[in-house]
Write a protein of this length. Structure first.
Length: 421
């Protein structure tokens, strides 16, 4: 009996020693195979974008530092990127695959190599406005302007438009290269010979604050361009307003401004036809019998106006969420709702007597459909911005002082009764 107890004691001791030394206590537990170990190995990143001359390091995660020497690194095209011991360096523009081979397995990283340069190579900027040029893929050493009187630039890359004309901003960089940006300074949109879509639809590049805010200017409207300067087309199907000026043949074919609009709902449609703008304007007023307010009212016909989105008070910070979100939809009581900058443009530039065509429009109109597709505004923030009157950004492509004073504006009356809004 004593011998049997001694045997059990020895067995227990051996099991304890085995567990301390890491030896499995059960014959059912197996060590990980090489295949299982390799399944846990992965490359540190599977894609990366760099500039020529820049480097980054790749490694295999899941192997020891001693085994790293067994990795065979290779580049699909060394004229685009080279690799040595996992260090990848961009050598030319393009996209390639970096491969790591380890114990018969391959791991890859897609690398895109870009050419260093400036944030912009061409820029139109309104006189007295500024923008900042930034360098990508290297660092700037110095900035110079070919015509300082047209556009000057400081040591931080801030370009200021001083006079109508063209200038070239040159940037010498640490990589020894010099990059350039062509700058065109203009007085207003009418000076631009070949405008881009952003020139014709400036609201697409504006901040939410600029689209709904109040610039604080309440000067009395006294003078305007002559009535034949522009012609407006309101397309109800696509919910856009398009402004045109005359071509060399006197036809209204030259686009000046594209605007996203909210138009009449099915139960209160915006009337169709060709009308003449009437002579009644309001800067910031309340709609009769309601708690709604709007900026820059310009009467079209009867109770139908062009005006801004809606507000719950005389303070722009009280904008109504739905009226902004519903731009581009059929939701109004017949009026044509616009962003504040677009409503302001009509208020100052579209004189009484200007012809306005309001058409039903159709899905077959591919040209207008393309305009509408591109008319995308800034997303409304979840938290209301302060929108302090007079402190709103102004990045539009015209100023009130630019508007020709060719005809006297005489305030008329609201012949059609209260506005439909």
């Amino acid at each position: 009996m004593k011998k049997l107890k001694l045997i059990f004691t020895l067995i227990a001791a051996l099991l304890l020693i085995a567990s301390v030394n890491g030896t499995p206590a059960s014959s059912k537990t197996k060590a990980k195979s090489d295949t299982e170990i390799l399944e846990e190995v992965k490359i540190s990143r599977d894609s990366k974008t760099i500039y020529i001359g820049e480097s980054f390091r790749l490694k295999l995660i899941g192997i020891s530092s001693d085994d790293a020497s067994e990795i065979i690194w290779s580049s699909e095209n060394e004229s685009i990127a080279e690799v040595e011991n996992g260090k990848v360096t961009g050598t030319g523009e393009g996209r390639i695959i970096i491969t790591a081979e380890y114990k018969g397995n391959t791991y890859t990283c897609s690398v895109k190599v870009k050419t260093p340069g400036l944030s912009e190579e061409k820029r139109r900027v309104r006189i007295n406005y500024s923008f900042t040029l930034s360098v990508k893929g290297t660092k700037a050493v110095s900035f110079t302007s070919s015509k300082k009187k047209v556009a000057s630039v400081d040591e931080n890359g801030v370009v200021t438009a001083n006079k109508k004309g063209n200038a070239v901003i040159s940037v010498l960089c640490e990589n020894g290269e010099t990059y350039t940006c062509e700058v065109e300074v203009y007085l207003n949109i009418m000076d631009i010979e070949n405008p881009t879509f952003a020139d014709l639809a400036p609201t697409t590049t504006m901040s939410f604050e600029e689209l709904v805010g109040d610039n604080g200017i309440y000067d009395e409207l006294t003078m305007m361009p002559e009535a034949g300067t522009y012609r407006l087309v309101v397309d109800l199907y696509h919910k856009v307003v398009m402004a045109y000026t005359r071509d060399e043949n006197g036809e209204y074919t030259v686009p000046v401004r594209y605007m996203l609009a909210g138009v009449g709902a099915s139960g209160s449609p915006t009337p169709t036809g060709t009308f003449k703008m009437e002579n009644y304007r309001l800067r910031y007023e309340r709609f009769n019998g309601t708690d709604c307010y709007g900026q820059y009212w310009s009467i079209l016909k009867g109770r139908i106006y062009f005006h801004s989105i809606l507000y719950n008070s005389f303070d722009a910070k009280d904008y109504t969420v739905t009226s902004y979100d519903n731009l581009g939809k059929s939701v109004s009581h017949g009026c044509i709702r616009l962003t504040v900058p677009d409503a302001r443009w009509i208020y100052y530039n579209v004189a009484p007597g200007t012809e306005v065509e309001v058409r039903k429009g159709s899905s077959s109109d591919k040209e207008t459909a393309e305009i509408r597709k591109k008319l995308k505004l800034a997303k409304r923030p979840d938290t209301r911005p302060a929108l302090k009157m007079g402190e709103i950004p102004d990045t539009d492509n015209w100023t009130i002082s630019d508007v020709p004073h060719e005809e006297e504006f005489i305030q008329g009356s609201q012949n059609g009764g209260e506005a439909a809004y």
